[in-house]
Design a protein around this ligand. Structure first.
Ligand code: ADP
Ligand code: ZN
Ligand code: ZN
Length: 692
């Protein structure tokens, strides 16, 4: 018989091979491809394709015996993702499987497929904490309804406990059921893994994320695929895990941009999770204190003009556990402060007071390095990256200039490379400088119990070494740090118990970004950051002083900060959605970006313009419902010597956009093969892009 397997090339559909024995769809096989041997999955033959006589086909090299086939739900998910995100089936299918599968021999396979799935859970005997009324009613809704659910719970409202309990309800109810729990960045939340392991036992829980080695990934994948692992905890890639018993998917911090894959098949793991759950009859919980406006809109309750409401069910948990108060938001008008002040006097006084009382503070600045640029005061030279349209960032710690786009690094020059002047100085500031500056300001202040104030920094630079982040976070939890300085990494999900003050020292930049999602992201970041303060109600009550979130701004009355002050996500979302609706932007419109990379902007934009013309000339289906915008350079238009341009494609109808993109793809391939562009342009499509 002939078997069909997704091909590896970007263009490829299915490849056909001969097999002596009939093979069920989903069977994993090894097949020859050119001179190599690669992994393949037996796929259904496409109805439209005439069969090639098996005699003319190459034979499969072997079957991965002992492995159950990938089931129809998994194959449907992969096929949908490939179609929706405009990629080849082969690319999506093979990226979703662990690379080491191919090398697995029958004996190894037998050894790895351990024992049968554990029944029940280890927790039957563990005493459980009593759920709050809000938690209990969310859990009851989830257990009794179909969803999809948007769990809209304040920071510290106990969302994780709801996930744990719903997973437990599922595992106890069905002996072979499995749960998938997704988090934006697993390294940022080691506590979460601990909580699942503590509740369900190490044997039931496996992780799947990109920080794992190939053998680790294989092991987790096999445990999920065989049903031995009842719970998979992972990042976006885990949405493709093969889980035959899948009954529940949790997407924690569903608003987080990390759920969008930014290379290859640019899928949204959150959106795929919702699709996958519906297709296989599983439940899905999207959880956040600051949902994406897409999910918020999709969970709108029925109203007079909109009797249907959204397709998600919204569950609200407004209260913090133990009746802990959300922090009081204090805004400092930086227009009233000395011009070059980094820390305003009242903020510095507040930090000093807190550390003297033995409380922890967090200072947020979303820019790493010492200074974003080095500048010559004599000739105005700036440390531009020679390969990108961006500055090289000054890192004082190793005296380097580093480009955060292409990675190009140089030693800091002693004098200006343009005019030789020694008057070169850092301009602006990053976390490294903030840490140094704050240490200077707090010199002489002694913390509670005596001794100098201990300042630590967490950002992509300080956490590069393996295990560095974990040990830094452990120090904060252990109370060995008084002030934590860092980027958005410190704002995410951590259950710090002794933080009573959080400060954003310079958040204004995002207010004036050209990206229409910038206010949404800033608001979410500040709400998340505020959510790190005052999480332990009893401890805060003992202190007597309420916890605080400080914002230093030149626009303290800006609606983003007004909404933050009231902790009013709903009002912020309503205002943003009104603007989006008026402007015809997502979630009221659907978008895709076509990007072209070339040696010059002219070539890149020329390709995009030709692609738009080709679509118009071919009168593609649905083209009348599509807006094609003129090609423009990307915000950072040149990276590593490559010029980048993009074209926005928009429609009020998602199906129309999908039809159009599918019909357009062959034209884009043909255009690239055209002599005018051959070898000069690379292009890709980003469906539902997050950054415009
Ligand atoms: P969220 O994910 O909503 O920010 P968490 O689930 O991390 O909140 O819960 C915040 C804190 O409250 C955690 O330390 C958690 O252990 C604790 N907690 C959660 N639910 C309860 C409960 N019902 N009773 C007591 N403590 C709880
Ligand atoms: Zn100079
Ligand atoms: Zn660069």
């Amino acid at each position: 018989m002939a078997v069909h397997t997704p091909a590896h090339s970007a263009l490829g559909g299915l490849l056909s091979y001969a097999s002596l024995q009939p093979l069920a769809p989903g069977t994993l096989v090894r097949v020859p491809l050119g001179t190599r041997e690669v992994l393949g999955v037996v796929w259904e033959a496409p109805a439209s394709e005439p069969g090639v006589p098996p005699a003319q086909l190459r034979a499969i090299a072997g079957v991965l015996a002992g492995l159950p086939p990938l089931n129809a739900h998994w194959r449907a998910l992969v096929a949908f993702a490939a179609r929706y995100y405009q990629r080849s089936l082969g690319e999506v299918a093979l990226a979703a499987l662990p690379a080491q599968l191919r090398t697995l021999g029958p004996e190894q396979m037998a050894r790895r497929l351990r024992r049968p799935a554990a029944a029940g859970t280890d927790t039957d005997a563990t005493p459980l904490i009593a759920l709050s009324t809000e938690q209990e009613s969310a859990r009851a809704e989830i257990d009794s309804k179909n969803g999809p659910f948007l769990l809209f719970g304040s920071t510290g409202s106990g969302k994780t406990e709801v996930y744990l309990r719903c997973v437990q309800d599922l595992l106890l109810a069905a002996p072979a059921a499995q749960a998938l729990v997704m988090v934006p960045e697993i390294n940022l939340t080691p506590q979460l893994e601990e909580r699942f392991v503590a509740r369900f036992g190490a044997g039931q829980v496996v992780s799947l994320h990109s920080g794992m080695t190939n053998p680790q990934r294989l092991k987790s994948w096999l445990a999920a695929h065989s049903g031995q692992a009842r719970i998979v905890l992972g990042t976006r890639m885990a949405v493709f895990a093969s889980m035959p018993g899948l009954g529940l998917i949790v997407v924690d911090e569903e608003h987080d941009a990390s759920y969008k894959q930014q290379e290859g098949a640019r899928y949204s793991a959150r959106d795929l999770a919702v699709w996958r759950a519906r297709a296989c009859g599983a439940k899905v919980i999207l959880g956040s204190a600051t949902p994406s406006l897409e999910s918020w809109h999709a969970s709108r309750p029925p109203s007079e003009g909109d009797p249907e409401g959204g397709r998600y069910q919204r569950l609200e948990m407004p209260s913090r556990i133990g009746a802990a108060a959300l922090p009081r938001v204090r805004r400092v008008d930086m227009g009233q402060q000395p011009r070059r002040a980094v820390f305003s006097a009242p903020l510095l006084a507040a930090i000093t007071e807190r550390v003297q009382r033995g409380e922890q503070c967090m200072v947020l600045l979303n820019r790493r390095g010492y200074a974003p640029v080095l500048h010559c005061q004599d000739c105005d030279w700036k440390s531009d990256c020679p390969h990108c349209s961006a500055h090289q960032v000054f890192h004082k710690i190793d005296r380097s200039l580093r480009c955060h786009h292409c990675g190009y690094a140089q030693r800091v020059p002693r004098a200006c490379p343009a005019c030789g002047s020694p008057d070169i100085a850092p301009m602006g500031r990053g976390t490294e400088q903030l840490e140094e500056h704050l240490a200077g300001l707090l010199e002489g202040v002694s913390r509670q119990g005596g001794g100098p104030v201990r300042i630590a920094r967490i950002d992509a630079d300080s956490t590069r070494a393996a295990g560095a982040l974990q040990s830094q976070l452990a120090q904060v939890h252990a109370g060995e740090v008084d002030v934590l300085v860092g980027t958005q990494m410190i704002a995410k999900g951590h259950d710090f118990r002794r933080v009573s003050l959080v400060a954003a020292v310079q958040p204004d930049g995002a207010l004036f970004s050209s990206d229409f999602r910038a206010p949404e992201r800033l608001f979410a970041l500040l709400m998340q950051a505020a959510g790190r303060a005052g999480r332990d109600a009893a401890w805060m009550a003992e202190r007597g002083t309420p916890c605080e979130m400080w914002v230093q701004s030149h626009h303290p009355k800006h609606p983003v900060y007004e909404a933050l002050r009231r902790h009013d996500y709903a009002a912020f979302a309503a205002q943003q959605l009104t603007e989006r609706e008026q402007a015809g932007m997502p979630p009221f419109a659907f978008q895709a970006l076509v990007r072209a990379d070339a040696r010059t902007q002219e070539v890149a934009q020329g390709f995009l313009a030709a692609a738009a013309n080709a679509a118009r000339e071919a009168a593609l289906p649905g083209v009348e419902h599509i807006s094609l915008y003129p090609p423009i350079p990307l915000a950072v238009q040149r990276v590593a010597g490559v010029e980048r341009a993009q074209m926005l494609v928009e429609s009020a109808s998602r199906p129309a956009l999908q039809h159009f993109l599918a019909a357009w793809q062959p034209l884009l391939h043909a255009l690239r093969a055209d002599p005018a562009h051959k070898g000069l342009v690379r292009w890709l499509v980003d469906v539902d892009p997050l950054a415009i």
